[in-house]
Write a protein that binds this ligand. Structure first.
Ligand SMILES: CC/C=C\C/C=C\C/C=C\C/C=C\C/C=C\C/C=C\CCC(=O)SCCNC(=O)CCNC(=O)[C@H](O)C(C)(C)COP(=O)(O)OP(=O)(O)OC[C@H]1O[C@@H](n2cnc3c(N)ncnc32)[C@H](O)[C@@H]1OP(=O)(O)O
Ligand SMILES: CCCCCCCCCCCCCCCC(=O)OC[C@@H](O)COP(=O)(O)O
Length: 377
């Protein structure tokens, strides 16, 4: 067991995973481009094909979490809501304090069969990330600049486009708008104070505009909001490099299903509703800190084999030509070819390392970091 753990952290294993992810990802991005003419002929078919192509990329990261690192995910939820998960459209509201929260979200998507179709309100910068960001264009992910004056029109339009989406999806919203850091927390609590809102201990003050516009534009096509609160056992702060090194974590996710009809239509009332939701989320986090668990019964939604099968398929397809190339390199062993191979390996590892950097909190944006001029009236 210890030997296997040692093996998982070896650089050569990392390189194999990165190589398969990057090369298969770029091939899939190319295939996605090839579907462009189809959008003009049959939009719904193009969407269904892209859902499957997207699955081939995102499920590789799910496979890394579930099969490589062996991370376990426990769901705390009402058993009456459980059968609805994956069988309806939903808006997911999730806390944003962990580097792999999006990946745990993807794992749950996979277990409920909505991984390829799931959506997120993502910052525009992520659309430039190769493989993942490029894939997102074809999955109709909603991007925002976090500048309301510009976003209010573009975000509403992108949301309207999802109204006739052909497969069930979960639309993820990190209402805090950025990852939790002590400084961002302190600033957002000043804003809370100026608005006369109670302080939150574990969350940043939620941004309400994105939530309101999402609910407004998806009303009638989305059945519920899944209020989701994520935590990791033993106070761990997991990260993507840990996952790729084969480190095992245990995620706990508390989900409450709230029918969409219960959410007020009026903007101010909707904002007040969201603030109250975050106060409740804060109390669930407090409960977790005190007791090591969330309230209510637990379930472990079954793991599905498709993410692993997909990874094995791409690995077989791409490692064979790589092996042939390496064999040829070794047999010819010219200094130029060796230098060229070292350069390619370095470029791959630098590229993927930069992509992993996008998930790291210490490289988080300055959004929410700037002192705001507060008006206490
Ligand atoms: C059964 C299982 C269930 C669940 C499983 C869980 C999950 C799985 C689901 C789906 C997975 C799918 C995909 C996941 C894959 C990958 C995701 C990866 C990452 C992408 C995530 C991101 O990129 S997060 C960043 C982008 N997103 C957001 O920002 C969303 C939230 N933001 C908003 O909604 C904003 O309102 C906005 C972006 C629409 C506009 O932002 P802007 O800044 O322009 O406006 P504001 O909202 O801030 O308006 C100004 C108001 O804010 C007040 N203010 C000022 N400073 C602060 C502060 N520091 N904190 C709080 N508030 C502040 C200011 O006073 C203004 O107040 P008003 O009263 O006028 O509103
Ligand atoms: C098998 C996989 C191996 C290869 C790994 C490559 C990894 C590429 C991952 C890129 C995915 C990017 C998703 C990042 C999600 C995220 O967490 O975004 C942060 C935003 O919410 C808020 O940003 P900020 O304001 O900066 O806190």
């Amino acid at each position: 067991m210890a030997l296997l753990q040692q093996l998982k952290s070896q650089f050569v294993c990392q390189m194999i995973i990165w190589y398969v992810f990057l090369v298969s990802g770029l091939i899939i991005n190319l295939l996605q481009i090839c579907t462009l003419p189809l959008w003009l002929v049959s939009k719904q078919l193009a969407r269904r094909i892209n859902i499957r192509l997207g699955y081939c990329i995102s499920s590789q990261m799910v496979a890394a979490l579930e099969w490589w690192s062996g991370t376990e995910c426990t769901l705390y939820t009402d058993p009456k809501s459980y059968p609805l998960y994956g069988n309806e459209n939903a808006i997911v509201v999730l806390n944003h304090s962990h580097e792999i929260d999006f990946l745990c979200g993807w794992t749950f998507c996979d277990r409920f069969g909505v991984l390829g179709s799931s959506k997120v309100l993502a910052k525009k910068e992520l659309s430039y990330v190769p493989v993942i960001g490029w894939m997102w264009y074809f999955l109709e992910i909603v991007f925002c600049k976090r500048k309301w004056e510009e976003d209010r029109r573009t975000v509403a339009q992108s949301l309207q486009n999802l109204r006739d989406y052909p497969e069930n999806y979960w639309f993820l919203l990190f209402c805090e708008g950025t990852r939790f850091t002590p400084k961002k927390h302190q600033i957002s609590m000043q804003v809370a104070e100026s608005k006369g809102l109670p302080k939150l201990k574990y969350h940043l003050l939620p941004r309400t505009k994105g939530f309101w516009i999402t609910v407004q534009n998806l009303r009638g096509t989305v059945a519920a909001v899944y209020d989701s609160t994520l935590n990791f056992r033993n106070n761990e702060a997991p990260n993507l490099l840990g996952v790729l090194n084969g480190r095992k974590y245990h995620a706990d996710l508390y989900v409450r299903r709230i029918p969409l009809e219960l959410i007020p239509e009026d903007e101010a009332e909707c904002a007040a509703w969201l603030h109250k939701l975050y106060q409740e989320k804060d109390s669930f986090q407090e409960h977790y800190t005190q007791t090591g668990r969330f309230p209510g019964p637990t379930v472990s939604p079954p793991q599905r084999p498709w993410a692993l099968i997909n990874w094995l398929f791409w690995a077989c397809l791409l490692l064979y030509p790589l092996g042939l190339l390496l064999a040829q390199l070794i047999s010819t062993a010219s200094i130029t070819t060796i230098l060229a191979s070292v350069a390619v390996c370095s470029a791959v590892s630098l590229g993927v390392r930069w992509m992993i950097g996008q998930t790291e909190i210490n490289r988080s944006s300055s959004y929410g970091n700037k002192e705001v001029h507060l008006n206490n009236n």
